[in-house]
Design a protein around this ligand. Structure first.
Ligand SMILES: [Zn+2]
Length: 145
């Protein structure tokens, strides 16, 4: 990650869909952008975005005891839409992908820090639940029912 953040932002030229009759648009990527912009052409400028992802929390989930699959949750994306009509999206912002197709609102640094605090509190609650599980299981160690 350090390497991506130390490198100067990439610059490239976006060619909008010719039906839009717009000139080519120079783009300077967001610092740390991981997107391969080679496929970004023939679109509307608002469809261009830079992104950097954090790893998700991978959990095996189920809807029934015999039907399990691995899913990834709580990915933080840092995005920037350089040509968005919404000025707030033209600057880097964070968004939490809680689960597939479930996203948080757009967040700035203070809101992301607040959310991280909620996760820290939640981890503490999970540790309490773990301790409760260990204590409850101890009752069953000698075959109790
Ligand atoms: Zn980019």
């Amino acid at each position: 990650m350090k390497q991506l953040l130390d490198a100067p932002p990439r610059t490239w030229v976006f060619r909008p869909d010719e039906r839009l009759h717009l000139p080519d648009l120079p783009v300077t990527c967001m610092l740390g952008c991981e997107v391969d912009h080679a496929a970004d052409k023939d679109w509307h400028p608002e469809d261009v975005w830079c992104q950097r992802n954090s790893p998700g929390l991978d959990i095996t989930v189920t809807e029934g005891a015999d039907d399990t699959w691995d899913a990834s949750y709580f990915k933080v994306h840092v995005n920037r839409h350089p040509f968005s009509l919404n000025p707030a999206l033209r600057r880097p912002y964070a968004i939490l992908q809680a689960a597939e197709e479930q996203y948080s609102k757009v967040m700035g640094p203070d809101e992301l820090a607040e959310l991280i605090g909620k996760f820290e509190q939640h981890v503490q609650a999970m540790k309490t639940a773990h301790a409760q599980l260990v204590a409850a299981l101890a009752v069953y160690q000698d075959g109790g029912r």
